[in-house]
Design a protein around this ligand. Structure first.
Ligand SMILES: Nc1ncnc2c1ncn2[C@@H]1O[C@H](COP(=O)(O)OP(=O)(O)OP(=O)(O)O)[C@@H](O)[C@H]1O
Ligand SMILES: [Mg+2]
Ligand SMILES: [Zn+2]
Length: 832
């Protein structure tokens, strides 16, 4: 799976976009180059009668020939063709004409009523059934067959002109055969059954495509500028523009609230409908509904890059990407249909040449073989099921990036969870915060920490910045130079010439030349470690100057989710970069439900352990949120990122994303995968068995052409309907669901309050790209750092320079002064 790179979003956004636009496996065609992506428009068309893979190729080649068409992709289950084209070079109606299809929204999407051809054919057939009373009426059946045939003829002709064969041609051969046998009723019946089954199938698919277009129409096209009240296209909004969103309106672009308070329904993203309170600094997402109150939002992304737009692209791509089974069936079908025609002709002709009697029987047998061999049910077995499952998943807030992943989901036997932000909320509360020694004042320490942490997107960073706020410290990220993330350790930055590390004991060991792990220091730290919380250290120019401890609670539902996985026969493992104590603390909160715990891991260790788990336990899923999880997510058979709360890197490398933070969706996703596998298996068995039965019947008793056609179109319909059962959500108990929703609602409220605090911590996307190396490359930087800081001391303003002197005076001796417990806010005054 991991090696199968197709449709895996790449590391960069551009690569991601490209792979989305031109997924391999759909015959995507690049035509005239040079147009910028901005000018391109996407047209969604419904194509009636896209059934067998041969027709997909037909539509592709018809449309790709047009000038200005950049890419064509066909979504077979919903019969949708997505054409990306330059509106200046080729209009939507031209495309529609060329493919003889209808655009969404024009003249009644898919007709609820059968076409006139079907009605005429049916009526004439009915009339012809009175032929026993009046024999000439039998000709009406022939007229009926002719009346119903034009759509088949058109499509068959189009395929034949490309020297290919499709189901229409097979059926037409059967019709001609029946006419040759002078069995006009049979001819009429074939046409009627075939065309009406196709119509019914289209009708059934409408439901599925409705789901898709509702996803596509989530974002409003217009936005209102807050200052002027001017209405603009959401697509034209620049990043940083301030727009207003009134009660009852849908947020048009991702952004941050700058004014006002409101409750927002994020159902479209998370699949869960309850109000989430928003205040200034809260993040809001495009496609979510402002329930009450007025908010002004500063946009944080272009409309086309908003989370929901990415989601749309992914769903589109997911529909396009054909899964392994599907590809196998498709590649067989290419040689299969011609082979069948040859075989059918052989059965009809060879016995006659060999002198066998009853030519009519052999001809019929050949025709039955031809019709029964139509692979349409088999071809539709997989895509309809996958398509419906993907839509259902998206509706309940699980974004799955392709049919392949559904197949892998079904096979998962082990799940590795990251701790912070996945099993736990990732909303730390500070237990203790102390200055070590007397070289630094609490206010300065807090200013350093919150300034540097405001550049980090780690969950701890938000808590620390928040803590600073509560002591009236404003972070100044602009004062921080050389910001770096040390994976699995912490962060580093230079502020006013001081080299500051913030992180765990690894960071302490790296940054400090002083042997802080002396017995004495340990006893001092002991007080901080109680309760199994994470401990953080602040090291300034090689010396420990601060220590803090924080803790985090498990998400509601985490224990249930892991328990549920266990009942499904899936083992759960925790992989965390956090301390052993913090890991044990989480396990305790989960009542020991995890099978294994690994702590103090570097990103590379997580990858290694996921690999080991794959070897030991079988197909493995990894669930994580941080940038440090991204490599492990890619390594796993299925990597799941924690949606909008997680890091962008995790979301891009993962195979699926939980848009809500509800861990219970994990077992649900695996169950959905298993349901899909079952559905596909049933579909394949049904389509094969029914055909086999018809053939056996034909050989043993009588070759009935109409029965063969009925079996063919009937299984086709059954397969579609069976796949559509997946559109129903798998939730067993409404009451239980309601209970969970309340619990989640409470959690969401809490988390949005935390988000308010975290709002100040701007994510440092650009800074985090270069995380691999640490400053200086390892060892002790004590001396090096000190020289640097001396060089820079000129530029430091007076209070800082005063501090500097204190620091310079201090030598690398273990601190004995113990901790100054931070009290009140009175300390935090002065220059900040
Ligand atoms: N911005 C930061 N500020 C302070 N400490 C940090 C920061 N980033 C990381 N750390 C320290 O490094 C440790 C490891 O971080 P890492 O991101 O690898 O794991 P984690 O997110 O804490 O845990 P998990 O792997 O379960 O998500 C953290 O537990 C923390 O002690
Ligand atoms: Mg994490
Ligand atoms: Zn068929």
């Amino acid at each position: 799976m991991a090696g199968d790179g197709e449709n895996r979003p790449g590391a960069s956004d551009a690569a991601l976009e490209d792979s989305l636009l031109l997924p391999e496996g759909t015959a995507a065609i690049r035509s005239s180059g040079g147009e910028t992506r901005k000018k391109l428009e996407k047209t969604y068309l419904d194509v009636l009668g896209v059934c067998c893979s041969a027709e997909v190729a037909l539509v592709d080649s018809l449309l790709a020939r047009l000038d200005g068409v950049r890419a064509v992709s066909v979504v077979v289950p919903s019969r949708t063709v997505i054409v990306e084209h330059d509106p200046a070079a080729v209009s939507q109606s031209r495309i529609g004409l060329e493919a003889s299809v209808r655009a969404y929204g024009s003249s009644g999407i898919i007709s609820r009523w059968p076409s006139p051809y079907i009605v005429a054919c049916g009526a004439l057939l009915l009339a012809s059934s009175f032929r026993l009373l009046f024999p000439p009426l039998q000709w009406l059946a022939l007229v009926g067959a002719c009346a119903g045939a034009p759509p088949m003829l058109l499509r068959g002709f189009a395929t034949a002109s490309r020297l290919a064969l499709d189901i229409n041609i097979l059926m037409l051969i059967a019709v001609v055969g029946a006419v040759a046998l002078k069995d006009y009723t049979e001819a009429g019946l074939i046409v009627f059954l075939f065309t009406s089954a196709e119509w019914l199938e289209t009708l059934a698919c409408t439901k599925a495509s409705a789901g898709m277009s509702s996803l596509l129409s989530m974002i409003p096209p217009k936005a209102v500028l807050a200052e002027t009240g001017e209405i603009v296209n959401a697509r034209d909004l620049a990043v940083g523009a301030v727009i207003m969103v009134r009660a009852g309106e849908v947020v048009p672009v991702d952004g941050v609230v700058v004014e006002g308070q409101s409750e927002v329904d994020e159902r479209s993203l998370t699949g869960e409908s309850y109000p989430v309170p928003k205040q200034p600094m809260s993040k809001v997402w495009a496609g979510t509904l402002n329930l009450d109150g007025y908010i002004a939002v500063r946009t944080s992304a272009l409309a086309e890059n908003s989370t929901v737009a990415k989601m749309e692209k992914l769903v589109e791509e997911a529909q396009n990407s054909r899964s392994k089974t599907q590809r196998l069936i498709d590649s067989c079908a290419k040689y299969y249909t011609p082979a069948v025609v040859v075989l059918g002709a052989g059965v009809a002709v060879l016995p006659l040449l060999l002198g066998a009697g009853d030519p009519e029987r052999w001809l019929r047998l050949g025709l039955v073989l031809l019709v029964s061999a139509c692979p349409c049910a088999l071809v539709l077995s997989t895509p309809v099921a996958t398509f419906c499952a993907l839509l259902t998943a998206a509706r309940i807030g699980i974004l799955i990036k392709g049919g392949d992943i559904l197949e892998s989901l079904a096979e998962i036997t082990a799940v590795a969870f990251d701790k912070t932000g996945t099993i736990t909320r990732g909303e730390f509360s500070i237990h203790a915060f102390s200055v070590v020694g007397d070289k630094v004042q609490m206010s300065h320490l807090l200013y350093w920490i919150s300034s540097i942490e405001s550049k980090s997107s780690h969950p701890m960073a938000a808590a620390l910045v928040d803590y600073g706020h509560s002591k009236y410290i404003q972070p100044k990220p602009e004062d921080v130079a050389e910001f770096r993330i040390l994976p699995g350790e912490g962060i580093y930055g230079v502020i006013h010439g001081r080299h500051i590390y913030i992180g765990n004991k690894r960071a302490l060991a790296r940054a400090s030349s002083c042997h802080t792990d002396t017995e004495e220091t340990k006893t001092m730290l002991g007080a901080h470690l109680k309760g199994g919380v994470s401990v953080g250290y602040v090291i300034c120019d090689g010396e420990l100057v601060g220590v803090f401890s924080l803790s985090d609670d498990c998400r509601t539902g985490a224990a249930e989710a892991i328990q549920e996985l266990r009942t499904m026969g899936i083992s759960s493992v925790m992989l965390t970069g956090d301390s052993a104590e913090a890991a044990a603390h989480a396990q305790e909160q989960l009542h020991g439900v995890l099978d294994e715990i690994h702590s103090e891991l570097l990103p590379a260790d997580k990858v290694r352990l996921v690999g080991a788990l794959k070897a030991k336990a079988g197909p493995t899923m990894m669930v994580g949120d941080g940038i440090n999880d991204a490599p492990a997510l890619a390594m796993a058979d299925v990597g799941v990122s924690m949606g909008i709360s997680g890091s962008a890197a995790a979301m891009e490398t993962s195979h699926a994303t939980l848009m809500s933070s509800d861990i219970l969706r994990i077992p649900e996703a695996i169950r959905l995968g298993r349901r899909v596998r079952r559905t596909i298996a049933v579909n394949v068995v049904v389509s094969v068995v029914v055909k086999a039965a018809v053939l056996v019947l034909a050989l043993a008793w009588r070759p009935l052409l109409w029965a063969a056609v009925l079996a063919d179109v009937g299984t086709c319909l059954l397969v579609v309907l069976n796949g559509m059962l997946l559109l129903r959500e798998g939730s067993k108990d409404g009451k239980e669901e309601a209970c969970r929703a309340t619990a989640r609602s409470l959690e969401m409220r809490r988390s949005s309050q935390a988000q308010l605090a975290a709002g100040g911590a701007s994510s440092a996307a650009s800074a985090t790209t270069n995380t691999a190396e640490s400053p200086g490359g390892g060892d002790c930087h004590c001396c090096q750092n000190q020289t640097k800081s001396t060089e820079r001391s000129v530029a430091i303003d007076i209070p800082a320079a005063a501090d500097e002197q204190v620091l310079k005076a201090a030598s690398c001796a273990p601190t004995k002064s113990g901790f100054t417990q931070c009290t009140g806010s009175s300390e935090a005054t002065g220059r900040m």
